[in-house]
Ligand binder design. Structure first.
Ligand code: GUN
Length: 288
């Protein structure tokens, strides 16, 4: 048996089309265009591609899209000043500072300077805290995208065992909280987990977010499990691949996301969703 492929590109396209429609209606009704400011410090080629794609997608959705490129020599103080100006700018509803930042800038300080009401990445501790305690937060885009894909595929989470491999603040931890909020029983695994294969084998849903090429083997996958691969790596042959050995895993899984074309496209779609939400909340008078 071969698993159903979960088509992230198609699901992302439908999210983007829906956001575009909602933005058009919102702008007609209120005269406000949702504004997204994306800040890039330095010239990391991968970051340049990500930022360009975010800008293109947000213009395409009808947003006022602003990209601010700063030299690698930018000081922490200068970046803080810029974030504070954008916090105070009523035409900006979402602020995204592309990570990683140069080593001389404290990422945590910058993230904490963003108004939580404009933190469309969902990285601010206030938003992370709301995710943990319940309440309205901006969800980090990748975990939000994972949940959207699972919902789109009508995957039942209640009472199921979800195994999250990876414990980053950006993906693993928030993904685990979201799955928990849907009443899954959640296990978070990491590099020091004992007998990782047998833990993964007990997962009805497996979220792989470790950043190691094809580490999760097909023999680790419970027959029929839903496998979400967040990895974006190059294998020994230089080919783009995920954290899951795809060809092996698709034989066991019930459904699986490919790399590329799985989780990746969802991240930008959810950024647009968050930015639209930020504009709606602001126009409704909400601040923080
Ligand atoms: N760098 C890699 N992914 C992301 C992301 O989702 N947001 C930001 N701000 N930086 C990133």
């Amino acid at each position: 048996m071969s698993a159903k492929l979960i088509d992230g590109k198609a699901i992302a396209a439908s999210v983007r089309a829906k956001v575009k429609e909602q933005v058009a209606e919102f702008t007609t009704r209120t005269g406000v265009r949702p504004g997204l400011a994306v800040i890039l410090v330095g010239e990391d080629p991968a970051s340049q591609v990500y930022v360009r794609n975010k800008g293109k997608a947000s213009a395409e959705a009808g947003f006022l899209s602003r990209q601010i490129d700063l030299p690698v020599s930018t000081s922490e103080r200068e970046l803080l000043d810029l974030v504070e100006r954008l916090d105070a700018d009523d035409t900006v509803h979402g602020i995204l500072v592309q990570l990683p930042l140069p080593a001389h800038i404290d990422e945590k300080k910058i993230i904490e300077a963003i108004d939580p009401a404009k933190d469309v990445d969902g990285f601010h501790p206030v938003n992370a805290g709301r995710l943990f305690t319940g309440g309205t937060s901006f969800l980090p885009c990748t975990p939000y995208g994972i949940l959207t894909m699972l919902d789109h595929e009508n995957v039942e989470l209640k009472g199921k065992h979800a195994v999250v491999v990876g414990r980053s603040n950006i993906v693993g931890k928030p993904a685990a909280m979201l799955l928990l909020s849907r009443h899954a029983t959640v296990t978070i695994c990491h590099s020091r987990t004992q007998d990782l294969p047998s833990v993964v084998r007990s997962g009805d849903v497996v979220v792989a977010a470790v950043g190691r090429a094809e580490m999760i083997r097909g023999s680790w996958i419970k027959p029929g499990a839903v496998v979400i691969d967040v990895g974006m790596n190059r294998n020994a042959a230089g080919k783009l691949c995920g954290d899951v050995a795809f060809e092996e895993a698709r034989e066991a899984a019930g459904a699986i996301t490919p790399v590329p074309g799985g989780v990746g496209p969802m991240t930008i779609a959810m950024l647009l969703q968050n930015t639209y939400e930020a504009a709606v909340r602001r126009s409704a008078g909400g601040r923080r």
